[in-house]
Design a protein around this ligand. Structure first.
Ligand code: ZN
Length: 282
């Protein structure tokens, strides 16, 4: 039972020199369990580097995931922008697979004024094409649409879980800061637990055994997410969140996206491990 592992979104700040390979080594030194490679501004890693990354991750036992570029919109109104979005996700998945990453996270789309239902069908159609392509290449990593932080972005909890029930090879990335920023809610034990219950009911127990989570503090307003904050400077009830994760025996990778990265990742990990076992309060 690996249980829950904790890591950083990107190379830890205390890594010298700053590279993906040294980042993985630093994660291991810090006693953390995983790292998300940030390809958010584009995929620039070479295949040679990817093989070095895979070797380092295997040697240190660090679990890897990857975040695809922000410039993806599976609901773009121009066909060439749809193709470019598919290409960006494919490119991320290909290089991340060489790295041995198990999850590829992406923000699926913007509504651009379209009704949510119409957006859903468009996203599903073009995403299905991309998943078919990856399957034909025998890429095994999970493709994970993320719960997004702004009401203008496609990616409510319901939309994310709907996609995952309908398309094979898809699993959710639940970003708890985004869930909170998007709605102003989801900041208490019962609300965190309700998300985990939904995951279990819609996708089965296996989904809770293979979760990918993003956690950070967050500043938000009427339009949702404004910026990420360090946990202790934010209102996020992270101890309650960790308690819910433990009570549901959630397994997988928690990626910390606070500005201080490894500091909060270590805080989350220590808080989680100091929780009493079986504090079942549901
Ligand atoms: Zn993200």
């Amino acid at each position: 039972m690996a249980g829950l592992l904790f890591g950083t979104g990107g190379v830890p700040h205390s890594t010298k020199p700053s590279s993906t390979v040294s980042g993985i080594e630093r994660i291991a030194e810090l006693g953390l369990g995983g790292m998300e490679m940030e390809f958010v501004q584009g995929v620039k890693m070479s295949e040679t580097t990817a093989y070095q990354v895979a070797e380092t991750a295997a040697r240190t036992g660090i679990k890897l995931s990857a975040h695809a570029p922000y410039f993806i919109n599976f609901n773009a109104h121009e066909p060439e922008k749809i193709r470019a979005s598919q290409e960006r996700l494919l490119k991320t998945a290909r290089i991340a697979s060489l790295c041995g990453a198990q999850s590829i996270v992406f923000h699926p789309a913007f509504y651009l004024g379209d009704p949510p239902q119409k957006t859903y069908h468009t996203v599903k159609k073009y995403l299905a094409e991309t998943l078919n392509q990856l399957r034909s290449e025998n890429r095994e990593a999970w493709i994970r649409p993320e719960v997004t932080g702004k009401p203008s972005q496609f990616g409510t909890i319901e939309e994310t879980l709907d996609l995952c029930t309908e398309l094979e090879g898809l699993a959710p990335c639940i970003d708890f800061a985004h869930c909170h920023a998007r709605t102003g809610r989801f900041n208490s034990y019962p609300e965190f637990a309700s998300i985990l219950t939904q995951v279990k009911e819609r996708l089965g127990r296996a989904a809770l055994d293979n979760m990918h989570l993003h956690v950070s503090g967050i500043n938000y307003g009427k339009k949702g997410e404004i910026r990420h904050l360090n946990l202790r400077e934010s209102d996020l009830e992270y101890t309650e969140l960790l308690r819910a994760l433990k009570d549901y025996d959630t397994k997988g990778l928690v990626i910390c996206e606070s500005p201080n990265l490894e500091e909060d990742a270590l805080l989350l990990q220590a808080t989680y491990h100091n929780l009493p076992e079986g504090s079942q309060s549901s």
